[in-house]
Design a protein around this ligand. Structure first.
Ligand code: SD4
Length: 324
């Protein structure tokens, strides 16, 4: 039985413990802030996205605006088969989109399973800016978007419909995950104020089950930003990323002192450790630290990202792969 005296003792221990854990987990990190803007984003389409983001960053704009407007370029491109209009549909032939955004104040917004609206990232930003919530899904997200003036449109392009009909012939439900260069766009930016933001937008795994949502709109999985440390985003098989809260893990590893590339590699190791069968399971992480240092790593070879800063314009970086 807990006597009053024991209870007081226990509470005292509890408060010492919680004070100590607070001081350990919230210790100010010794990462210097860079005020030199930089933006990185996943895959080849990152070039077009960075170009737009750089216009904002290089003229003193905010990282938050850069990551929103940057990835919108890819959402608006009907030839991209994994983001926005032109994104591959689910197994029922419906294009459903996921996106999220996070800023330097840890404010965040997301939409999942959104249909008929081309720019899920802009809707996610509105969720962040204009509601007390973090995530809206499905019909509710669409209703919100329409109320905010977004246009309803058919996102299934003739090319996407053709690909879906081709897929229907065999109807294999196992999602085929990239290694080609057309995928989810995740973008991380640091602005001239030294602030970080990130965004992530996708049509998700092609020919997924209707209603399936991956990692991309989930804060901590597809994207995470901590303005004291850094930011991270993910691409690849969302289910695997969610299982390890991938982007949050990368940021926490940077908090512990790991370099951005090493943090991404350790998160990839964690995914490998948690999955018995890694066949075809591609995941890539991208990280940007508060001091402007960046890095990436993936399970398999073939992941690349676009980098833009004062010294590098329109540069693609192939992610180093040193796994045998
Ligand atoms: C998803 N992570 O829906 C997304 C898809 C992706 O590279 O990024 N593919 O699982």
């Amino acid at each position: 039985m807990t006597t009053r005296r024991n209870f007081i003792k226990l509470s005292a221990i509890g408060s010492v413990f919680s004070f100590n854990s607070f001081s350990v987990f919230n210790k100010k990190p010794a990462i210097k802030t860079s005020k030199k803007p930089v933006v990185i984003s996943t895959w080849n389409h990152g070039i077009m996205a960075n170009k737009k983001a750089w216009k904002i960053l290089s003229t003193g704009g905010k990282a938050l605006d850069a990551v929103e407007k940057g990835v919108m370029e890819v959402e608006n491109d009907p030839t991209g088969s994994s983001v926005g209009i032109g994104g591959r549909p689910d197994r029922d032939g419906r294009v459903t989109l996921d996106a999220c955004i996070m800023d330097e104040k840890s404010r965040c917004g997301a939409v999942a399973f959104l249909q008929d609206i081309k720019n899920p990232i802009a809707v996610a930003r509105k969720v962040m800016d204009e509601t007390p919530h973090v995530m809206l899904t499905g019909q509710g997200a669409k209703q919100f978007a329409l109320e905010k003036g977004f246009k309803e449109e058919n996102l299934l392009t003739p090319e996407s419909e053709k690909a879906w009909k081709e897929w229907l012939k065999l109807s294999k439900y196992k999602p085929v995950i990239n290694v080609e260069n057309h995928d989810t766009i995740g973008m991380l930016a640091l602005d001239s104020n030294g602030d970080l933001s990130g965004s992530c937008t996708t049509s998700g795994a092609a020919f997924k089950l209707h209603g399936r949502v991956g990692d991309s709109p989930i804060i901590g999985a597809g994207l995470f930003v901590d303005n004291e440390i850094g930011a991270a985003c993910a691409t690849g098989l969302g289910e695997a990323v969610i299982r390890v809260a991938g982007s949050h893990l990368v940021v926490e590893l940077m908090r512990q002192g790991h370099e951005p590339e090493e943090a991404c590699k350790l998160a990839v190791d964690r995914i490998i450790a948690k999955h018995e069968n890694m066949e075809g399971l591609q995941v890539g992480f991208l990280a940007l630290r508060k001091d402007g240092k960046y890095g990436a790593y993936s399970v398999y070879k073939g992941f690349n990202y676009a980098l833009t800063n004062d010294d590098n314009q329109e540069v693609m970086i192939d992610v180093k792969y040193d796994r045998s």
